[in-house]
Design a protein around this ligand. Structure first.
Ligand code: AMP
Ligand code: MG
Length: 420
């Protein structure tokens, strides 16, 4: 049995960063940029007004106040998207809307609120300025957001909604990113029934394929559900054969020591097993290895394979600990580990067989201190415990007992409502 760290190091040592693809910007959320993005334009392209108001010469407003307005002749109106053909000479102003390019001659904008416009007819030929404006006031300078020719986004940046916005402001509709891994998912078990089918006595629904596919999607991969293989070699081989074009294969179940746990045997024949069993609870019977697949042009390619335990909590939890970092690495991400916090545990946990326990917990902050309460029964079949938890309280393998009130590390699954 190897430690959690050894298992993770082996998996990460095997998986590689994937190749690049050009994708529509909206499809790139969460992907890593594979090019330095230069701006071919300045954003904004021209000096423009930050306010609705009047483009003026600041000198014309000197000394202006409510009691002694400075009156200017209105020579034009300009909206965003248009250019005024007029020049603002001393004693004149151009009525201007937010985003409209600043007319020649003007060096500032007096806001509507700082004029007597409200007391006039809309198309008045004159405007009273009620407050001094300094040169440069209420003007957005050309290139103040993005200067032409500069690197705006660097290779390696993870694309969030802000980056999508920045790319759009440059007019980019596609961008080069590291592609998403395709992950094939095969459930194993004679007891499994597909969703939508009636449930005969003694059978259960195949939930793992869906929790695992959801996790793949959530962390940026493309899941491909291969369905259910039965607990015999032929069925498993046939199931696996449908996933040999994937970047990663995940099976669930069939890796314990039961009579029908044939996954290990098949894996050994179809590839190589790097390790089996990890010193953790739940999730001990985790298997990792490679399966021979077909690469481009029919070449042989070794596909990383994770044989997750069948118990629904175990498969999700081992995914969180081992598959998530592997997917993130394949996507070119650098930050692979989850944040942890020190929390006072509110339940006593007994550790009877020297494994690292990952207890599902609800973490709350009270008075500047984190507290972790177990979600309830911790059986590895109790999937609702994963749904309730926002963290995994870690009970070290060398501790036989952690008493309520002691401080433990908690790996956070969720900050503020979204299981990110
Ligand atoms: P196994 O690892 O195949 O011995 O399975 C361990 C436990 O997980 C058994 O109770 C199985 O019924 C259950 N299990 C296995 N695969 C799935 C699945 N795809 N969906 C839900 N439960 C499963
Ligand atoms: Mg099974």
């Amino acid at each position: 049995m190897i430690s959690v760290e050894e298992a993770l190091a082996k998996i990460l040592g095997y998986v590689e960063v994937l190749g690049e693809e050009e994708s529509p910007i909206l499809d790139c959320l969460g992907q890593v940029l594979a090019e330095d993005v230069y701006s071919s334009i300045s954003v904004p392209p021209l000096d423009n007004s930050a306010m609705d108001g009047y483009a003026v010469n600041s000198g014309d407003t000197r000394g202006a106040n409510e009691k002694s307005p400075r009156f200017l002749r209105v020579i034009d109106t300009v909206a965003a998207g248009s250019i005024s053909g007029r020049e603002v000479e001393p004693g004149t102003a151009v009525r201007i809307m937010t985003g409209a390019p600043l007319p020649k001659g003007a060096d500032s904008v007096a806001r509507f609120e700082d004029t007597d416009e409200a007391s006039r007819l809309k198309s008045a030929a004159e405007i009273g300025i009620l407050e001094e404006v300094a040169a440069g006031c209420n003007i957005r300078r050309a290139g103040e957001d993005i200067a032409q020719g500069k690197v705006v986004l660097s290779k390696g940046v993870v694309i969030s909604p802000s980056e999508v916005g920045v790319l759009a402001s440059l007019g980019r509709s596609t961008v080069k990113v590291i592609r998403r891994p395709r992950v094939a998912i095969l459930a194993t078990g004679d007891e499994l029934v597909s969703l939508g089918e009636p449930l005969p006595v003694g059978k259960i629904y195949n939930s793992n394929s869906y929790s695992v596919a959801a996790l793949v999607k959530h962390y940026g991969g493309i899941p491909k559900i291969l369905g259910i293989a039965r607990d015999n070699e032929d069925s498993l081989v046939a199931g696996l054969s449908r996933g040999l074009d994937a970047d990663m294969l995940i099976t669930s179940g069939g890796v314990s020591v039961g009579d029908y746990d044939v996954v290990k045997d098949v894996l050994a024949k179809q590839g190589e097993i790097a390790f089996w069993t990890v010193r953790m609870k739940p999730g001990k019977p985790l298997a990792f290895g490679t399966i021979r697949g077909v690469g481009r042009a029919g070449t042989v390619r070794n596909i990383p394979h994770l044989g997750l335990p069948g118990n629904p909590v175990s498969s999700m939890l081992t995914f969180e600990l081992f598959v998530r970092p592997a997917i993130l690495k394949m996507m070119g991400k650098k930050s692979l580990s989850r944040p942890t916090v020190d929390a006072v545990i509110e339940d006593t946990v007994v550790n009877s067989d020297s494994r690292r326990i990952f207890a599902r917990a609800v973490v709350k902050k009270r008075g500047g201190q984190y507290f972790a309460r177990l979600t309830g029964p911790q059986g590895s079949g109790i999937l609702t415990s994963m749904s309730l938890a926002n963290g995994l309280a870690i009970i070290p393998e060398d501790k036989t007992r952690v008493a309520a009130g002691e401080t433990v590390q908690v790996m956070m699954l969720d900050w503020g409502g979204f299981k990110a």
